[in-house]
Structure formats: structure tokens, C-alpha cells
Design a protein around this ligand. Sequence first.
Ligand SMILES: Nc1ncnc2c1ncn2[C@@H]1O[C@H](COP(=O)(O)OP(=O)(O)OP(=O)(O)O)[C@@H](O)[C@H]1O
Ligand SMILES: O=C(O)[C@H](O)CO
Length: 507
Amino acid sequence: MSLREHALSLFRGAVGTVRPAPMLKRALKLQGDGCPQLLVKGQAFPVKRDLYLVGFGKAVLGMAAAAEEILGDHLTRGIINVPLGIQESLQRAGMQEMLLKPHSKIQVIEGAKNNLPDTEALKGAAAIQELAEGLTADDLLLVLISGGGSALLPAPIPPMLLEEKEKLTKLLASQGAAIQELNIVRKTLSVLKGGGLAQLAHPARVVSLILSDVIGDPLDIIASGPTAASSHSVQDCLQILTKYNLLHNLPKSVETVLSSSPTKPTAPENYSHVSNIILGSNTLALEEAKHQAEGLGYAALVLSAAVHGEVGRVATLYCQLIQLLCLGFAGLGDGPLSDELRGNLLQLAAELQIPGLELDEFLQALRGLGPDRPVCILAGGETTVQLQGTGKGGRNQELALRVALGLHRAQACTGASSPQGRCEILFLSGGTDGQDGPTEAAGAFCSPGLVAEALQEGLDVEAFLRNNDSYTFFSHFQGGHHLLVTGLTGTNVMDIQAILIRAMERS
Ligand SMILES: Nc1ncnc2c1ncn2[C@@H]1O[C@H](COP(=O)(O)OP(=O)(O)OP(=O)(O)O)[C@@H](O)[C@H]1O
Ligand SMILES: O=C(O)[C@H](O)CO
């Protein structure tokens, strides 16, 4: 099999493991008929009286379909808020397992066009709020949460209007606020976010099943943590508004809400009726890819599930890693060039501040790999692209193209003796949701020869990159062969990267 086929199969395996149905079926069981209990990853929750379900997020329709199949007649009623048009597009894509059955007890509300809160999402949030407020101590509320949940559960604190809150979050996003900052502000201004839903559902037992789309899986940030104790206060919100110069331009209603917000977040002991359980994450997807890579004969290592930073810097990190691996294959893993690369990598990783990354240990483990086995390095996270041009692309395709350019330049420096010439190399970057930016592709593959081969086709990689036009490039180059096209996957645990390297077969 080619490296490309291997990479594709690893990507599909990784995504497959965090698809709603397999994920729910692995984690959730209902046991016993007389006094049924819900079992979630080994934790038992008795169903004393009624069992309700609510959910919000891009992957929640599939999660709800799988949950209803497991809960059967024990489910009393449910309400989910999902993206506008999702039922029709899943139907069209033939993804029946992600759709609710006819006569389902779960009401579906579609809204939040283009991932922005709207009146439909507002109605859905009000219905969820009403359901939660009516629960008793004998009821159990199952909450399904995934990325995109913030826009799908808008409940601005009065007198603030939806448009006012939306305008403020849009302003923050356009100024480059990170998702953590955005969601701290959203939590302060919302009835249901920042633990609000869990508090309204009290005294019912609340069990949240979460598919994480945020680096580090922070419970109080994913979908703005509607069932998680918030570690943030109104002070944090004010600091963020100050940082982005928005504090002195706030609508009156926002000022009113901010001035009457409690100065301290609700104490964690008020969440003893709540269990927040992460069911799927980038880490889980990478573990599955590692397992599959080992099955294919690779020595596989996971670099990190928290790779973030400006796409160009992250591309440099991957290029340097690839060069280091090549030197290892060439038997030069202990030479001065390798030492220099290791030094550069450590410096770059320190600059990128990737949480939890022990690069020193990782590089030691790389050194321990023999030159005989093919190597697979896996990583995940989310890069950022500062758009300069007007082209069409996504962060994964841009990353792959930048890695190709970096490898091309490195090869040009070392010439014919380049250690890259002695091994076969493939890099893949893809979004697990199957859509990279506003394009039809999930991501792209690249190898060191790409830039030179593109030139022969009259395609100038640097010019495409200057215009953030990676999708147009990959669509034209070799008839689109290097595009990763999966279609919408119905899940989302950020992006995945794979580096595959093996010694060149001697002819
Ligand atoms: N022409 C482009 N080239 C490179 N990146 C782009 C381009 N246009 C948009 N992007 C990037 O795509 C991202 C938005 O796309 P997308 O909706 O896939 O991301 P998202 O909102 O983070 O969604 P998700 O987390 O669900 O994948 C942004 O990070 C943006 O910078
Ligand atoms: O909905 C949101 O807030 C983002 O997708 C992060 O979870």
C-alpha cells in the first residue's frame, strides 16, 4: 500500500472512533428493567422516574439518534438544537444512522445559520430552559453537547437582546479573540451558559455527554459549559472587553447585565447533582490512529493533541520534525545537523506554548526508533490563519501547502545529498468534521516533491499561499489528487495531522 493509502486509512479510523453512533454505543448503556440505571463509562445513574434528553451542537443529531436507540422506551421526551439544514444534508448524504427515526420522542429545532445565534436557536434554547425548570429530584436529564453548542443555545440575560449579544461576540471574533475569551464573555451574558442549565435543572440528576472541540477539553469552555462549574467571574469578562477595546462602547443593556452579575462564579459544591463526561476528543481520535498505524507496521508516536498557533509557525515545526526523521533514516540522527534541528525545534515549541508538550522526551523517543521500521507521527489541534488574500482555502490545506514549501526549501539548501531523498515522506492534515474552511475538502496531503511538480504544471505555490488560495491550488494540482475529501462526517474533534516516513525501496 502507498503512504497515501495508509494515511487515508488512519484518518478515517481516527474519525470513525469519534463518530456519534460508535462513540455513544461504547459509552452508554441502559441496564435493568425494574429499576433501570444508566451506565456511562462504568458510572451508574439510577433512573428513578422520568428520563429526559436535551442537546445542542453540530454533532448532536447523530448523538441523539444513537442515544434514543440505546434508551428506547425509557426516554420520556427530548429537545435538541442542531444546525439549520442538517437533517436534509445528512439525508442527502445517505447518513441514515445520524437521523432520528419516525415517531421519535425527540423534538428537533434547527437554527443558528452560519454558526450564528438566531431566533430559531433562541426558541430552541427557551424550550430547553422550560424543560429543565420543570424537572424534579427523581428525574434524570441527559445532556448531549458538542462544538457549535454556544451558537445553538442563546439565552441572553434580560434586558439584553439577542442582536446586542451577537454583535458583541461577532466584534470579539473579528478581532481575533480566542474561543476561551469568546466563551468567557458569552457565559457572563447568558442564562444557560456557564453552568446555568445545570442550575435550572436542579434538583434533577444531570448527566452531560460531551464531544470536545476545544484544545485541552475544558468543560467550562466547550459550548460555553452550560452544565459545568465556571471558573470565571465577571472580572474576567471585563478584562477581555478591555483588552479588545470594547468596554466603553457597550449597549446600555449589556452594561446593566454586567453591573448586576455576581462577582463570584457559582461554587463547585452546587454542582454535586451534575456529571460531565467527555466521550470524544482529539486525543481519543489520535489514540485510534496510533493503534491502526501500529497494525500497519509503523513505529507510531503521538506528538500532541494540542498543537495550535499561526499556521506558518506550525508548518515549520512539522518540516523540522520531518527533516530530523529523515536524518535518522540516513543514519545521521546523532550528527551536528540533527543537534541543530533539535535545538530549533525546542525553541519553536517553546514559542508556540503547546500545552502539555514534552518535546524533549518526544525527541528522545524518536532517537530510540531504529531505521528499519517506517515511522508515523500523529498530532492534532487547531492552527490559526491570518487571512491576507481573497482566495479559497482552509487551515488544513494551507498547512499542508506550507509544509510542502518548507520541505522544498530545505531540499534546495542541502541539494542532491539531502537526506530527504533517501526516504518516502507523506504529510496529511485534515479537519475531522470533513470540511476545511468554506471548501468541499477536509484537508490535503503533500510530499517533498510537490512544489517542483506543481511548477511543471505552471502552478506557483508561493503565489497561491500569498492569496490564501490553498483549495484552488490543490483542486488544480494533479487533478485534485492531493485533496482529502471525505464529505461531512457528523463529528468534530478539531484537526488531525499525520507524518508517514519509510526508507526508500532500493531498486
Ligand atoms: N482562504 C482561506 N485559507 C485558509 N484558511 C481559511 C480560509 N478561509 C477561512 N479559513 C479558515 O477556516 C476557518 C473557518 O472554517 P471552519 O468553519 O472549518 O472552522 P471553524 O469555525 O473553526 O469550524 P470547526 O471548528 O467546526 O471546524 C478559520 O480558521 C479561517 O481562518
Ligand atoms: O460552541 C462553541 O462554543 C465552540 O464550538 C467551542 O466548543
